[in-house]
Write a protein that binds this ligand. Structure first.
Ligand SMILES: O=C(O)CCC(=O)C(=O)O
Ligand SMILES: [Fe+2]
Length: 517
């Protein structure tokens, strides 16, 4: 799946270059065929004109008899043969072969790409009119979408329960429509009515129907829909507010769904106040290992309880180069744990792979560093996980720790190692726009910074999963994101657990639970 990663796009982009060459060849072949036919046609015509002028005496000349006979045998046969040859078959076959190649996107991919685009619009509260003009969150990419593009996006938005977004895309499709395309115009109007009705906003619906019926007066379907509409809605009260492209943000976060608090953290609407930030420090970590006295780690506190910190410059370019080589041909669409085990889901659109630390010395070196950063034993950590997100790629809010049902249903690998006590998330790339890691309960949004790593505790001291560690990877607006996950398990950590964790109280947990209900 290529929309979930930028990695494969470059490959198919090169295939398209070859496809263009075949198309040129097809056109050139057909053009020379038509040129030949045109030349014959005018030749035949002029010979016949000549004959016309002479009348029947024309055939007195044996030369003319010969010319007509030759035309009707050899010349017309050549014409027939040429018309019958399937010119351009070769380039056509090559074209088909290229499009049938591995990695070529199909219609499902197209949907995935549009889905990613809608996600960006929804999460970052972008406006259709800006996106259509190639402007994403203030950055101009110099692309323009046409009316048909906008209509296609609207159709998908409506199907996926985003009538507000669909509505705004339809207005844009209307604006970008030339006078000539009446068919598309009717389709836009018909969908506009549908979006409005879904939004329970009947303003303008009547006149939209009338416009629609004036373009396609014979459509039985549209007429029926209109009569239906009139009988149901005409005297219904109009909703007072103007139709906003995005629903307003509730002022109280406790009434929001988990997805909403995640997306409002991605968009920067949920964030720590200056007051909440004032206890957080930056500094050099020297305690966990004597070696750190020589080479202290740069650490930035992002939250105290539960602990969330960002280490700067904890992985080297040479190590990232090795990782990119190791993962190059292994990476494939990421999955999540569903009811029946691993499954592909819209909730996580990235590509990933797991690699054991025995594969390369660099992975062991990294683990040594993770042990210093976390003060935890890395002997039984999970396989190294590497992930790449493309444009629109994201991982919706989730907890890294496993719930009891995952253990009960045997969905946890090596359950004897216990739950995921902590996570270290390395950023192996910067991201041009979007793509932060959002912790809605901690009101933190970490913008990926190459060579840095986030570290947090996932569990309460009691071993119970900490709901406040809910987090997600915000969708990528531009660029590509590479991360590495180290998931550390509870087994043999008893003597290592830093004392801050023991402060963690059940009271906080109860508060959160109460808020969420
Ligand atoms: O990519 C990110 O920013 C977060 C990834 C994550 O949370 C995960 O893979 O579990
Ligand atoms: Fe995670």
């Amino acid at each position: 799946e290529f929309y979930s990663s930028i990695h494969e796009m470059t490959r198919v982009y090169k295939y398209e270059e070859k496809m263009l060459l075949h198309m040129q060849k097809f056109i050139a072949d057909n053009e020379s065929k038509l040129d030949f036919l045109k030349a014959r046609l005018s030749e035949f015509e002029s010979e016949r004109n000549e004959a016309q002028q002479w009348g029947v005496t024309y055939f007195d000349s044996p030369l003319n008899k010969y010319l007509l006979t030759k035309r009707l045998t050899l010349d017309w046969e050549r014409v027939e043969n040429l018309v019958a040859t399937a010119t351009g078959e070769k380039p056509l076959n090559r074209l088909r072969k290229l499009r049938g190649r591995n990695y070529m996107p199909d219609e499902k991919e197209l949907e995935g790409a549009l889905d990613g685009l809608l996600r960006l619009q929804y999460v970052y509260r972008l406006e259709a009119r800006h996106i259509a003009a190639g402007v994403l969150d203030g950055v101009d990419y110099g692309v323009q979408l046409n009316s048909q593009h906008c209509f296609d996006i609207a159709r998908l938005a409506l199907r996926d329960n985003h009538p507000r977004l669909a509505h705004s895309w339809l207005l844009e499709a209307q604006k970008r429509l030339g006078d000539q395309n009446q068919e598309l115009k009717a389709e836009i109007l018909a969908l506009l009515v549908k979006a409005k009705v879904e939004l329970n906003d009947y303003r303008g619906v009547n006149s939209t129907y009338q416009k629609l019926l004036s373009i396609q007066p014979v459509s039985v379907e549209y007429k029926q829909n209109y009569n239906n509409f009139i009988s149901k809605h005409l005297d219904e009260k109009q909703s007072p507010a103007t139709l906003e492209e995005h629903a307003p943000i509730p002022s109280d976060p406790s009434v929001m769904s988990d997805f909403d608090i995640y997306r409002f953290t991605c968009s920067g609407h949920i964030k720590k106040t200056a007051r909440e930030e004032r206890h957080l420090r930056c500094g050099y970590l020297t305690e966990t290992h004597p070696f750190l006295n020589l080479a202290p780690l740069k650490v930035e506190e992002l939250n105290h309880n539960p602990l969330l910190v960002l280490y700067h410059d904890v992985i080297y370019q040479s190590e990232i180069d090795v990782i990119r080589n190791l993962t190059e041909n292994e990476i494939s669409r990421a999955t999540v744990i569903g009811a029946k085990g691993s499954e592909v889901s819209k909730v996580r659109t990235s590509q990933f792979t797991f690699i054991p630390k025995t594969r390369h010395k660099v992975l062991q070196t990294i683990d040594q560093r993770v042990a210093d950063m976390s003060n935890l034993n890395m002997d039984y950590a999970e396989l190294h996980q590497f992930a790449n997100y493309g444009i629109g790629g994201h991982y919706a809010q989730h907890n890294d720790w496993f719930g009891q049902d995952a253990f009960d249903n045997e969905l946890v690998s090596s359950p004897e190692m216990g739950n995921r006590i902590a996570t270290v998330l390395f950023y192996l790339s910067d991201v041009a726009q979007g793509g932060g890691t959002a912790f809605p309960h901690l009101k933190q949004l970490l913008q990926p910074k190459k060579y840095a790593a986030a570290f947090w505790h996932n569990l309460h001291a009691s071993g119970v999963g900490d709901l406040r560690t809910l987090h997600g990877a915000c969708p990528i607006i531009a660029g590509s994101k590479w991360v590495q996950n180290r998931w550390i398990r509870e087994f043999i950590q008893a003597d290592r657990r830093p004392c801050e964790l023991w402060d963690d109280s059940q009271i906080v947990l109860r508060e959160i639970l109460a808020k969420m209900q």
